[in-house]
Design a binder for this molecule. Structure first.
Ligand code: GLY
Length: 343
């Protein structure tokens, strides 16, 4: 089926790093440097995601991520190269390096996902150093205090309303709007990094998805990001896809797995991402705050980005080779948008 409403899929012949949101710039720079030093696509994807986790100015991921409703930050992440090479951690509250920890789960255990206290015990046993401030920064503490005060002023939950907090749509970009100097508003979400290097003989595709989840979420809430097939899926024989936005919407359609399987069946990356987003739009009562966005990279180098609503951006870094030419890096709006924005 041809979807003429979507922009064409762009073919890439050389190495490429594709990531989500404007803070993907931070990820792409670290990932590309790792590729140039001879790192694998997985090394590069983890380096890229870790650079964002370690950046306290990004209030969506890692240190400085917004806390849950109890005031504690919890992190979720997963990594993947293939169905037999994947790992994740969720509800990690004392360690900043969720992406690196997820990789250790994949490489050092027979399991795929470790949660909460168990994930932290594994981190300790693996030599990770806990974060002294429980991942909070002055800014995230202040944001929590403001949220508590606003919530108290607003009164209780309306009768019949479900528990939980929906952040404003595209709130991730408040970081960019603040000039990269911290985000003034409640935020959520995720950095997703996909890397392809056709010049290596091992796994040529890898992905990482890492987040602090929805700001002020119910304690214990885990979204799509650490769960294979939801926040991220990679299969060397078909491609890679990863998702950002309201995790609950992505989880209901197994978004990343679905995108990769559609590419396996012959859809282009743009068609696959478009089909996943249409599935979300048709199965949920979409709220004004809702956003879902995806990036996809097919095994042959074709790629796409798309979002349910305007406001999503991706960052793409490419070069014909890792050494002969300088990399080209560009931040751009979503390749296509499914629904109009809201006022
Ligand atoms: N997509 C990240 C989350 O919902 O936690």
């Amino acid at each position: 089926m041809q979807n003429t409403e979507y922009t064409p899929d762009w073919p890439l012949s050389g190495p490429a790093v594709l990531s989500t949101w404007s803070f993907g710039r931070v990820a792409n720079a670290a990932a590309w440097e790792t590729l140039c030093k001879g790192g694998s696509p997985l090394d590069a994807a983890v380096a890229g995601a870790s650079a964002v986790e370690d950046d306290p100015r990004v209030d969506s991921v890692g240190v400085g991520g917004l806390p849950d409703a109890s005031g504690r930050v919890s992190l979720d992440a997963c990594v993947m190269e293939n169905p037999d090479r994947c790992g994740g951690v969720c509800y990690v509250r004392s360690y900043a390096s969720a992406a690196r920890l997820a990789r250790r789960v994949m490489e050092d255990t027979i399991h795929v996902l470790l949660a909460g206290d168990g994930a932290e015990a594994f981190a300790k046993a693996s030599g990770f150093v806990p974060h002294a401030e429980d991942l909070l920064t002055g800014e995230s503490r202040d944001a929590y205090a403001r949220w508590k005060a606003e919530r108290a002023a607003a009164g209780g939950r309306a009768a019949g309303a479900k528990m939980g907090v929906l952040p404003p749509m595209n709130v991730e970009e408040r970081y960019a709007q603040a000039g990269g100097e911290g985000s003034p508003e409640p935020s959520h979400d995720t950095v997703c990094v996909l890397v392809r290097n056709p010049q290596v003989s091992g796994h040529q595709l890898a992905g990482v998805c890492t987040t602090s989840g929805l700001g002020f979420k119910i304690p214990g809430r885990v979204g799509d990001s650490p769960i294979i097939g939801h926040g991220l899926y990679v299969d060397q024989t078909a491609g890679a896809a990863t998702a950002t936005g309201n995790g609950e919407l992505i989880m209901g359609v197994c978004g990343s797995f679905l995108a990769v399987e559609l590419m396996r069946q012959g859809r282009t990356p743009a068609e696959a991402v478009g089909e996943v987003l249409r599935r979300v739009a048709s199965r949920y009562a979409i709220q004004p705050e809702h956003q879902v966005a995806m990036i996809a990279l097919r095994a042959d180098g074709a790629w796409a980005s798309g979002s349910l609503r305007p406001g999503f951006s991706h960052c793409l870094t490419t070069g014909p080779s890792l050494t002969a030419e300088p990399a080209h890096s560009a931040l751009a709006p979503a390749g296509f948008v499914l629904l109009p924005g809201t006022a």
